[in-house]
Design a protein around this ligand. Sequence first.
Ligand code: UT7
Length: 323
Amino acid sequence: MIRSVVRGIGSALPKRVVTNREMETMVDTSDEWIVQRTGIRQRYIAGEGETTASLGAEAAKKALEAAGITADDIDMIVCATSTPDNTFPSTAVNIQARLGMTHGFAFDVQAVCTGFVYAITTADAYIRGGLAKRVLVIGAETFSRILDWEDRTTCVLFGDGAGAIVLEASEEQGVNAVRGVLTAHLRSDGSHKDKLYVDGGPSTTGTVGHLRMEGREVFKYAVGMITDVIEQSFAASGLTAEDVDWLVPHQANRRIIDGAAKKLAIPLEKVVITVDQHGNTSAASIPLALSVAVADGRIKKGDLVLLEAMGGGFTWGAVLLRW
Ligand code: UT7
């Protein structure tokens, strides 16, 4: 059976760190409020010349290097982002150009904070369907560029960054002992589209717009939606919460992460948490967290890793993979 196995990972962050203390100088907020309600202590904010594509390309180069291959060996790029450099062409082709790659194909997926989960699932389907052999899967965002910096209810929550993995087709036997993506479950429900959205766009206002969120409403649904798709992943794979070595959740809010882990009975020692350092980087948050936990030696070859996310749309999803 063909499986999509992770061969390398990389990440990139903007140079500038903005602490909660610095946020206090911009809007009526406090370090205490932000830490208590979200767990966030700092975030990275893109400066001049740093864009979604530049960060995505930097992460992709590191992932290629970690995999011991070059862009010549890649046949597909899928980039999850809601903050593209341009409305079109896609950020994926922008990154393709930055990698000096003129063969293969590249496209974006847009599922807001669930983007990386959608992108891995898409890449896995292309690999198992025989349409691609080696895929760069990227999550890259510059949410700082769509924030209303006068709205304290949103501007303290988000940050910029990018992460990337190389997925490669591999002939694997069996179900549970094999490496690679084991099962993926995606969901969306557009009836919630006005709870977390951007109030502009090419076809409506002709402007980029700003992020708007009914935070409490999003919070209300988050844990239930996340645990639903994770339970579906367990049912489909025959694996249980006890089998999971690492839960790598989307990093939106420490309280949502803790709530989901508790409901699933996954101990916090097995949860990778980076929201304190990165804030919510939307589609970049999972590959950024993965890359921290791989670099510090927590996630090792053969570990069962559970990815999950929920965000604007609403969209939500989970991926179970053996590293
Ligand atoms: O990644 C995509 C998914 N997005 C999310 O998962 C976000 C989900 N939502 C959340 O994480 C939380 O709802 C927030 C962190 C956004 C807000 O936390 P909350 O506990 O739901 O607070 P709240 O919205 O109920 O606001 C409580 C109070 C309000 O004051 P009043 O009305 O009680 O007087 C807000 O005005 O906190 C006030 N507040 C702030 N105070 C200081 C809101 N933002 C701030 C702020 N600093 N930055």
